[in-house]
Design a protein around this ligand. Structure first.
Ligand code: PHE
Length: 452
């Protein structure tokens, strides 16, 4: 197949901008909010170890596969899969990868906007100075009061979604790229400053480090294993086509393996650094590391409230979280937006509004899970938010990942593969082994261990 050199949706202006965009997608609430609380709930170091193994052995080969398939197809994941299936002379049913991905994208974006809304609300809360000198009970009460007010939570969720739609509507070059070009470097510097600040003011940097790297297998069980794997997919934005969609806009002529490795290293460092901001503060203030989704919102305000400069740094922290969330949410929207643009006569503005609107509607269920709908639970106690999170991250993403690995490793035409991996001949054999065998089998084993 002679590859198209451009996508009709636009292109990243350079390889670096692709790295910014993909790292922008990867780095998000998953790193700053979700990773620390999951590590806290699942025994710290043991969880981190499983997570790192999943990133290197399963995540990285699939990340490479998604970029490769996206760049070869140059369209929305659904249409790219149709085209690649044709070129490779295999069944068009492989487009299910695109459809399942779109479904997972809707589910993730729906609750993502709710949590991102909390983070935006906390920018103002921190700025207001109301946390100066609070004790743990007051901070917890504050958070409870906030999330129990459906009007506030929905208002912030709506605001965040409108922002996401507005950026997506402006398109790849003027919307997505402009956003990541400024926010990604800002985020990185802010995070480094916060690690230093947290370590110095709490004096507990080493305890944070120990918590993250000394395995405690007591709190780690088989459900921790699937959680670690789900988190690896979630944090790298894998298994749902986000990276495939971004890969479609990547210029030709640069190494995919090197690019993917850079993205994975950036993403993992941000997760670990977030842990190094949060845990020293948690330990210095005698807080509970296993506080769950509220960890960031309860413990950090207490810690910032007691430290010099806490009001400024606390505000900066939640600005950082909001930035990170927005550069991820635009990538959750992109696969479906690109597909609507390709399939209909709607332009990007209408397509983004439509797709974002549906995700917003679904998100109301998660917004209400913490207040009016707290009792709408499944027999296992999961509320709407828990269900969306579990099904998308622990089931749909890994399943999508298996299919992507099998397609890229076994089914994709050799010619297309060679064309995309021209710059990566040295790594081809290792990638192929990991993608054909280790990644799909690894995911299956985790599924099986979890079920039994
Ligand atoms: N990777 C993002 C995060 O860590 C979330 C995400 C998942 C984005 C899937 C796109 C696709 O916050």
């Amino acid at each position: 197949m002679v590859q198209q050199s451009e996508s009709k949706h636009g292109m990243w202006s350079s390889r670096l901008m692709f790295i910014f965009a993909a790292a922008g997608s990867a780095v998000g609430l998953g790193n700053i909010w979700r990773f620390p609380y999951l590590a806290g709930e699942n025994g710290g170091g043991a969880f981190v170890l499983a997570y790192l193994a999943c990133i290197a052995l399963i995540g990285l080969p699939i990340l490479i596969s998604e970029i490769l398939l996206g760049r070869a197809g140059r369209q929305s994941p659904i249409n790219a899969m149709v085209q690649l299936a044709d070129v490779s002379k295999v069944s068009r049913n492989w487009q299910v990868i695109g459809w399942m991905g779109a479904l997972a994208g809707f589910m993730i974006l729906s609750f993502y906007a709710v949590i991102a809304g909390w983070a935006m609300a906390y920018v103002l809360e921190m700025m207001s100075g109301r946390f100066v000198g609070v004790d743990p009970a007051q901070a917890a009460a504050s958070f409870e009061t906030f999330i129990s007010d459906p009007a506030q939570v929905v208002a912030w969720q709506t605001g965040f979604m409108i922002l996401t739609i507005a950026i997506a509507a402006r398109g790849v070059g003027r919307g997505l790229e402009v956003t990541v070009r400024y926010l990604m470097p800002a985020l990185f510097f802010l995070l480094v400053a916060l690690v230093i600040y947290s370590g110095v003011t709490s004096g507990r940097f080493v305890d944070g480090l120990a918590f993250l790297f000394q395995p405690d297998f007591e709190r780690f069980d088989s459900s921790s294993l699937i959680t670690a794997m789900g988190q690896a997919f979630f944090t790298l934005s894998l298994g749902m086509g986000a990276i495939m969609a971004y890969g479609a806009y990547m210029p030709k002529g640069s190494s995919i393996v090197g690019t993917a490795a850079t993205i994975a290293v950036l993403d993992t460092s941000v997760a670990l650094m977030s842990g190094l901001v949060i845990f020293p503060l948690v330990f210095a203030n005698g807080l509970e590391s296993s506080a769950g989704p509220g960890l960031m919102f309860i413990t950090l305000p207490i810690a910032f409230g007691q430290m010099t400069g806490g009001q400024v740094f606390g505000t900066a922290f939640f600005v950082l979280v909001s930035f990170a969330a927005i550069t991820s949410s635009i990538s959750l929207l992109e696969p479906a937006v690109a597909w609507v643009v390709e399939k209909t006569s709607l332009g990007r503005v209408k397509a983004a509004s439509l797709v974002g609107g549906v995700a917003w509607l679904l998100g109301l269920g998660s917004a209400l899970s913490f207040n009016l709908g707290a009792d709408w639970t499944l027999p296992n106690g999961f509320n709407f938010f828990d269900t969306m999170d579990y099904v998308s991250n622990n089931i749909l993403l890994p399943l999508g990942g298996i299919l992507i690995a099998v397609f890229a490793g076994w089914r994709l035409s050799g010619e297309t593969l060679q064309e995309q991996m021209q710059e990566d001949q040295g790594a081809l054999i290792l990638w192929r082994f990991l993608t054909r065998y280790l990644a799909p089998v690894g995911v299956l084993i985790v599924f099986i261990v979890t079920i039994f």
